[in-house]
Design a protein around this ligand. Structure first.
Ligand code: 5RP
Length: 219
């Protein structure tokens, strides 16, 4: 199967995690686009969605799915999203699509995070994929300096990209994220950091991994 076919298969498999009548948390990205398309087939069985990006909102609405403002929703049963990398503990790097801050906000509303990914995303140690960090524009150079002070690490501003919140993204290369929770906690405290793309506090409870042998469920 191609990578696109694997994404379609896990997008479809995620429907099993959507309770009848629910407001569903919906992430962002090409894998989630497959999930959104599948969700369209059961739109009469859900109340609607909370979305993590303008792109996903537009795709949901085009399928006739009502999108609620996160501020108007107390709790959702499930958040379904992709990842750029996921380790065997369910920790993830996210933000390749620049939606990390809203993704973490919607994940925070959810009782459980279901990650959907093709097998290429599963790693032993995260960091090969450049770590996205959303920053306030004024802080970009200083946050980059902090990363660049680490041996072998290089942070660059993602060219031509502004998030839905109007901020730049730094991409940080050369990290080996052996303790995701510690690194998330540390970087979150740096002045001007809006969101670091390590999802350790909001890790996946379940990962539906698309493999050549079918969907593997990792818990
Ligand atoms: C967007 C994300 C995505 O979940 C991540 O980039 C994976 O995307 P794709 O499914 O297209 O590989 O974090 O900010």
């Amino acid at each position: 199967m191609t990578q696109d076919q694997l994404k379609a298969v896990v997008g479809q498999a995620a429907l099993a995690y959507v309770p009848e009548g629910a407001i569903v948390g919906v992430g962002t990205g090409s894998t989630v686009n497959c999930f959104i398309d599948a969700l369209g087939t059961m739109r009469d069985h859900i109340r609607g969605a909370v979305s993590s990006s303008i792109r996903s909102t537009e795709r949901l609405q085009a399928l006739g799915i009502e999108v609620f403002d996160a501020a108007d929703v107390d709790r959702i049963p499930v958040y379904i999203d992709g990842a750029d990398e996921i380790d065997h503990g369910g920790h993830m790097i996210k933000g390749g699509g620049a939606a990390l801050t809203r993704e973490k906000i919607v994940a925070d509303l959810a009782e459980r995070f279901v990650c959907i990914a093709d097998a290429s995303k599963l790693v032993d140690v995260m960091g090969t994929f450049p770590l996205p960090v959303e920053v306030i524009p004024m802080a970009a150079a200083q946050v980059a300096r902090r990363f660049n002070a680490m041996p072998g690490v290089q942070a660059t501003v993602r060219a031509g990209v502004t998030t839905d919140n109007g901020n730049p993204i730094l991409d940080v290369r050369g990290l080996k994220i052996t303790d995701p929770l510690a690194m998330e906690t540390e970087v979150n405290q740096w002045p001007g950091v809006v969101c670091v793309g390590i999802f350790a506090r909001h890790k996946a409870a379940v990962c539906l991994l698309g493999t050549a042998e079918g969907v593997k469920t990792l818990t």
